[in-house]
Design a protein around this ligand. Structure first.
Ligand code: CTP
Ligand code: MG
Length: 420
């Protein structure tokens, strides 16, 4: 069985990724900085952060944000629960100052390798990130992702526009990010540049070169573009809409039901949070009936069995286990199929404990476990008017509904014989 999504695999080297997103995005026009504008309904910066987290070898991500952008940032990462995403740090007036602040913010994490990546490059692939890491792991001091220049290059007079010559294209590369370094090297280089009052380096590779390190190129990708203008945003937004249409997404809805009986005790776990009560719920795991129903509903959207199939009660490792890992695992299975949660809804049936006072905490916890925004999670409760087992307070029942968007798969045609 694959382990739940929330547990990143260990790596020999601790790799930190700084995402620099403290710019004002002036070339993309005034108003909301470009990194907080949306492509296909998702903010650019959220896409960048998710792309960084999609590379399992990245062990921590720190985003550098503008002084006044705290609220934009909080909205942008709502529901992102990956523990590798650390609190943001504040950038500076120049990209160079922003990176230095980021390197200093990594002090307590003390990574072996640090990658610096533009927040405005949301389409970086895990492959490009891994290639940067590999360059350092294999002994290089500094590396930058780059692609060969494919356009013919002309040198021209800026005023008259007259061409002065053609620039030999071979051996020319367009620099991208991530740029990768040994943490101690790049921190020392940046500190020294700052202390010498040198503030006009355009990227970190230039700082490393100045400090005397050889910088090598690693393969970038044409898709790893930096969003610069409002036109870039418009074009990518409309392309993303067609991508989604082309992928032919479908909506699926699944329901699930679970019950746990009461036993002696002094509290229950419901929706991932502890609630004081004069009884406890009986079960092999922590008996969180709410998360169990949600787990089954999510698994059902991809026809992927049920919780008992993936986490057999006969297996001692799940004894007393917190159920958040079951739900995170189900959501990971959904994401692996390219799916995402549109909505989760759960109804808790019990006379007591009263759910109302805990409802918002429960919603927030479920959203966090699923890495989905709060507005996509609904929790409600009802009594059964003292009827039946819930009415007699013998146990608690939960009903869950999961609605997801999923790339449509071609329907298989029925076999000839079955058609008649
Ligand atoms: N950046 C930063 N701190 C700065 C300047 C830039 O963190 N003081 C970041 C940007 O947020 C961006 C990346 O560096 O992710 C690349 O910079 P650029 O594309 O130039 O972004 P902006 O400076 O925001 O845009 P503009 O130059 O158009 O104002
Ligand atoms: Mg700039």
């Amino acid at each position: 069985m694959t382990s739940p999504a929330s547990f990143p695999p260990g790596a020999a080297d601790r790799v930190a990724m700084l995402i620099v997103a403290a710019g004002k995005g002036l070339r993309a026009g005034g108003g909301l900085p470009k990194q907080y504008r949306k492509i296909g309904g998702t903010p650019v910066l959220r896409r960048t952060i998710e792309a960084a987290l999609a590379c399992e070898r990245v062990s921590c991500v720190v985003v550098l944000i503008g002084e006044d952008d705290g609220t934009h940032y909080a909205d942008c990462i709502a529901g992102l629960a990956d523990p590798r995403l650390r609190p943001p740090a504040t950038g500076g007036d120049t990209r160079q100052q922003t990176v230095l602040n980021g390197l200093r913010a990594l002090d307590d994490f003390a990574p072996d390798i640090v990658l610096v990546h533009d927040g405005a490059r949301p389409f970086v692939s895990a492959k490009v990130i891994a290639a940067s890491i590999d360059a350092i792991v294999t002994g290089h001091r500094a590396a930058i992702a780059a692609i060969p220049v494919s356009d013919t290059l002309k040198r021209a007079d800026g005023e008259s526009g007259a061409i002065l010559g053609t620039v030999e294209r071979s051996g020319l590369y367009a620099a991208q990010t991530p740029q990768a370094f040994r943490y101690s090297d790049i921190l020392a280089a940046h500190e020294r540049a700052a202390s010498e009052g040198l503030a006009s380096f355009t990227d970190d590779a230039a700082v490393a070169e100045w400090a005397g390190h050889t910088v090598v190129l690693t393969p970038g990708e044409t898709g790893n573009i930096k969003i610069t203008t409002a036109e870039d945003l418009r074009r990518l937004d409309s392309e993303s809409a067609t991508r989604e249409q082309r992928m032919d997404m479908e909506t699926r809805v699944a329901t699930a039901y679970d019950v746990h009986a009461f036993e002696a005790g002094s509290g229950v776990i419901l929706g991932g949070i502890p609630i004081p009560h004069d009884r406890a719920l009986k079960g092999h795991s922590d008996a969180d009936v709410v998360l169990h129903a949600l787990t089954d509903a999510v698994l059902a959207t991809i026809c992927d069995g049920d919780i008992g199939h993936h986490f057999p009660p006969s297996d001692p490792q799940w004894r007393g286990a917190p159920s958040d890992q079951f739900l995170a695992y189900a959501v990971d299975r959904l994401r692996q199929r390219g799916g995402r949660i549109s909505h989760l809804d759960v109804t808790i049936v019990c006379e007591r404990p009263k759910i109302g006072p805990h409802r918002e905490t429960m919603r927030a916890r479920i959203a966090e476990i699923c890495g989905t925004p709060l507005h996509r999670v609904s929790v409600k409760a009802t009594t059964s008017e003292r009827l039946g087992f819930t009415g007699r307070e013998e146990g608690i029942a939960a009903l869950a509904t999961a609605t997801v968007r999923l790339p449509a798969e071609d329907d298989e045609l029925p076999a000839q014989g079955a058609r008649a």
